[in-house]
Design a protein around this ligand. Structure first.
Ligand SMILES: [Cu+2]
Length: 456
């Protein structure tokens, strides 16, 4: 974003020097409305013209089938991009050229394809089925800012989307005010009445066709953010990029106990609505919601189509003064199960790891510890002796470390870095802290209790 702004300034200066007065016409559509005056305070055009900045961003998606847990003890045979549904949250900057590659690694002899709602590109060339084992590459220029769906478009599209082949792409416009951002993808799943081989459910085409979903979810799992609320601080600017992948139902997006200062249709900063309670996000579209919540507490977000809320379409915003600070930036390939906040792939770990923190039981994934100047999360954790993999997630844009004097270990974390380490602690209680001057005093310490293993 900074990069683009800098280029723009340089370009306009250069034009001024040679006495050209129609600067804006080169890159902007003059019919576009003037500043929207939204909370972002941004934006004087709804799109770019031309070939963009020339900045190339490589994005590769792999189509593959796998299984995913949709609800407690409910595993489903998903069709995915990159092994998760939704697929990774892709984030580019307005004006970037996306150098896109799709590889089809179908294990079921299925053709798959790509359709980027953010792109202008010929359907008969680039959105065609890619056979198993084949690869397709093409470039497109991100000319429209906002939040867009990408999905597989192989007929019957209903099956490919209902089975999980979609994700969100954010095309970030210049000048967006920094905010606490989360990307939420709404979708439906239609399960057969009985599980198939290995206890894994598959889709029920009749239910898909009659729009009778078993689950309606945010980010690929019923009630995903009910047990693990999304953290925000009082009065900070919250920006929710909401995509509705469908395939069929509209999401009447609403936050209980709050109002939206602004809703931007499809996330385009010029398409602003003010003071909204609920906004319909149609299948295949998105919206950017901006709000500030003054008081600490819990604020559920739901589809206000209440026949579906109870099928999993609910999560919680937890407003707390001691919430970790908002990240300084967001990854180019974001993890869909963390609202796009962490790098793609952080998830499995987060699920099993922080699940362990709640239940006290240790699972196969690493134990996840978030580091921020306000403190470590969790502050107190229990592990079982033996090999323990820990994943340290630095939420801040500056350095931290994870230090335990008694075990003679210290793991540095760069800005927003994720570090994985394996330790072998013996039973006992250890204090961990950040050794950077001032950080421990600010609250960056906690305890790790190592319980005796089953062999004792
Ligand atoms: Cu497909």
């Amino acid at each position: 974003m900074k990069r683009l702004v800098a280029i723009g300034v340089f370009f306009e200066l250069a034009l001024l020097i040679v006495g050209v007065t129609w600067i804006g016409a080169l890159t902007r559509d003059e019919r576009a409305p003037a500043s929207s005056g939204g909370a972002g305070g941004v934006v004087d055009t709804y799109r770019l013209q031309g070939q963009g900045s020339g900045e190339i961003v490589e994005v590769e998606l792999v189509a593959e089938e796998t299984t995913q847990t949709l609800a407690e003890s409910v595993d489903y045979e998903v069709w995915t991009f990159n092994g998760t549904t939704p697929g990774p949250v892709i984030r580019v900057t307005l004006g970037d050229t996306v150098r896109f590659t799709l590889t089809n690694r179908s294990s079921q002899s299925l053709s798959h394809s790509i359709d980027f709602h953010a792109a202008q590109t010929p359907w008969d060339l680039n959105y065609q089925p890619v056979a198993p084992g084949q690869t397709l590459t093409f470039d497109w220029v991100a000319r429209f800012p906002g939040v867009f769906m990408y999905h597989c478009g192989v007929p019957p599209v209903l099956h490919h989307i209902a089975n999980g082949m979609y994700g969100a792409i954010i095309v970030e416009p210049q000048g967006l005010e920094p905010a606490r951002e989360y990307v939420l993808t709404s979708s439906e799943f239609y399960l057969a009445d009985e599980a198939g081989a290995g206890g894994v459910f598959t889709g029920d085409v009749k239910k898909m066709e009659s729009a009778e979903p078993t689950y309606v979810v945010f980010d690929g799992m019923a009630n995903r953010y009910l047990d693990a609320p999304l953290q925000v601080r009082p009065n900070e600017l919250i920006r929710l990029w909401v995509l509705n992948a469908g395939p069929t139902l509209t999401n009447a997006f609403h936050v209980i106990g709050a109002l939206f200062d602004h809703v931007y249709a499809d996330g385009n900063p010029t398409s602003v609505l003010n003071g909204m309670q609920t906004y319909n996000v149609a299948p295949g579209s998105g919206a950017m919601f901006e709000l500030r919540i003054p008081d600490e507490g819990l604020y559920p977000f739901v589809t206000h189509s209440f026949a579906y809320t109870g099928r999993g379409s609910v999560g919680v915003l937890q407003v707390a003064a001691d919430a970790p600070p908002a990240p300084a930036g967001y990854p180019a390939l974001g993890d869909p199960f963390t609202g796009g906040v962490l790098e793609f792939g952080a998830t499995a770990a987060l699920l099993s790891g922080s699940g362990a923190a709640g239940s006290g039981e240790q699972t196969e994934g690493p134990v996840v510890i978030e580091a921020a100047i306000a403190g470590f999360d969790p502050r107190d954790l229990e592990v079982v002796e033996g090999e323990v993999m820990i994943q340290l997630v630095n939420l801040d844009a500056f350095n931290h470390d994870f230090t335990i004097d008694e075990l003679d270990l210290q793991f540095p974390m760069g800005p927003n870095e994720i570090v994985e380490e394996t330790i072998q602690p013996t039973p006992g209680t250890y204090t961990f802290y950040c050794s950077i001057p001032g950080h421990r005093e600010a609250g960056m310490e906690g305890t790790m209790t190592v319980l005796p293993g089953a062999g004792h």
